[in-house]
Design a protein around this ligand. Structure first.
Ligand code: NAD
Length: 464
């Protein structure tokens, strides 16, 4: 059952006025291209390296699933460690003529089920541990939704928000060149993640194609449509989040989406599409936050207007007809659905008890720490775990990769139909396992995924 709580947001009350004053006097974040720590990383920033907490969380989730499965010791050791790691340092000329050295990573966690697959992140806190965690989650995600890929992730420690488009392009082309020892349509296929987008993928595809002497569209997914991208890929992660929310609401809560309420943290690739598609499905989206601030409206936000406002101003903060709201208040809103679509380590043991949403949808990777899970479970919050909830992106990335191999293009209808079928089949398997084994949905999702990767590992045997 949900814990009764005092409302955290008092419309028109002193709390909001104080917050408005505080927001007006808080200086804008200073851009530091290679800053090691970032206070927005929630609980994880407190544990040594910025990514140490994310890695600890990924390992704890794996250990729990391995214990549940009573996994063979040798297989367990193999699956617990990343298969291959690359760290590169490379210089980029900035617009003012200076040269700055950047550090980038690519980690392939496991390739037992197919080529390595996973996004590239550009963020000040990105480090090897974070990339290791994200690569491991990709392995489980691909296995859970049954796409024939292994798991990988990469990134560069940088702050794209403080860099010009020319600097980002130069960084991307050099990073792509450094990654060429690993990436390729048959070996390792990057995609967008935090701080990267379709344009980043276009530059990588072009760089690799220039070096090979012919177009290699299948080296990345999440490309623009004009150069071999797929219908539906831009919205795929958000679309998958909405499909799983719709099904969870129907099956677990016996409610339908029209008339339900939602709050969304993060307004990037995933959060924007999720908010827009929830709004289109008749959900009253009452709050959205992003790095520049948050907006709240009890009657429901005008989501299409906010999209235009964001495009014009680059921030949600100050949108007409809205009140400001911060993350911690958004987490405590009395809504049907709370969507986390920003970064890792947002819901922890310290704030999990404040969550009043009936469904917590993990659009982001690792937004909930392992010590928060039992609290959410006890309070009756239905968690849609990240490796299921945000798998729409990799499912449609798989379709894009298949289309590139065949030089054929599928229609939006075909793609969305297949995406829906595929992610809901995985959701049904998770909920069946949850009921059958009496475990929480995260452990059920990991148990299914680890079992599949373990099976592939054992079947392939040891080389030589
Ligand atoms: P993005 O860079 O497009 O967006 C990130 C968003 O988070 C931005 O709106 C940013 O303002 C916001 N944000 C950052 N710090 C915040 C804070 N402290 N409070 C509130 N908002 C904050 O990244 P994205 O691609 O949308 O990825 C978001 C999450 O989803 C990540 O965990 C990523 O790994 C995961 N994910 C992305 C995809 C994809 O297809 N892009 C697929 C699966 C999972």
């Amino acid at each position: 059952m949900n814990k009764p709580m005092t409302p955290v947001l008092v419309a028109g009350g002193a709390t909001l006025t104080e917050k408005r004053r505080a927001a007006a006097t808080t200086p804008a974040p200073v851009a530091t291209p290679a800053a090691p720590a970032d206070p927005t990383r929630g609980a994880h920033a407190a544990l040594g390296s910025p990514g140490a907490g994310a890695l600890a969380a990924a390992l704890a989730q794996f250990d729990a699933a391995a214990d549940h499965l009573d996994l063979d010791e040798g297989v367990r050791e193999t699956l617990r460690a990343p298969h291959r790691e690359l760290t590169v340092r490379f210089p980029v000329r900035l617009d003012d003529g200076r040269v700055r050295l950047f550090t980038g990573y690519r980690v392939q966690h496991n390739v037992a089920r197919g080529p390595a697959k996973g996004g590239l992140r550009y963020h000040p806190s990105t480090d090897l541990d974070e990339v290791r965690a994200l690569a491991m989650w990709m392995t489980w995600k691909c296995a859970l939704v049954n796409v024939p890929f292994g798991g990988a992730k990469g990134g560069v420690t940088c702050d794209p928000r403080s860099m010009s488009p020319r600097e980002i392009e130069a960084l991307t082309r050099r990073f792509a060149t450094e990654l060429e020892v690993l990436i390729g349509p048959d070996s390792d296929i990057p995609a967008p993640d935090v701080g990267t987008n379709a344009q980043t993928m276009a530059w990588i595809m072009d760089t690799v194609s220039m070096h090979r002497g012919y177009s290699v569209p299948g080296v990345v997914t999440g490309k623009p449509m004009a150069i071999g991208g797929s219908n539906g890929r831009a919205d795929a992660t958000g679309q998958g989040v909405v499909y799983t929310i719709e099904e969870a609401a129907k099956r677990r809560l016996r409610i339908s989406l029209p008339g339900a309420t939602a709050a969304v943290q993060g307004y990037g690739n995933v959060g924007e599409a999720t908010a827009r598609l929830l709004h289109q499905a008749g959900v009253r989206v009452v709050a959205i936050t992003d790095i520049g601030g948050g907006v709240y409206r009890e009657d429901g936000l005008d989501v299409p207007f906010l999209r235009r406002f964001m495009q014009e101003r680059g921030t949600l903060a100050g949108a007409p007809g809205t009140e400001p709201i911060e993350n911690e208040d958004l987490f405590g809103l009395d809504v049907d659905v709370l969507v986390l679509a920003a970064l890792e380590g947002q819901i922890t043991a310290a704030n999990a008890g404040r969550v009043r949403a009936r469904i917590l949808a993990e659009g982001a990777n690792g937004p909930t720490t392992p010590d928060a899970d039992p609290i959410l479970h006890e309070n009756g919050v239905a968690v849609i775990p990240d490796i299921l909830c945000n798998a729409g992106g990799v499912i449609v990335s798989y379709y894009e990769w298949v289309q590139n191999r065949e030089s054929l293009f599928w229609t939006p209808k075909l793609i969305n139909g297949r995406l829906r079928e595929s992610i809901l089949a995985a959701a049904a398997a998770v909920w069946e396992r949850e009921d059958a084994d009496g475990i929480d949905p995260r452990r059920a999702a990991h148990a299914i995924a680890v079992e599949r990767v373990a099976e592939a590992t054992v079947l392939r045997g040891l080389y030589p």
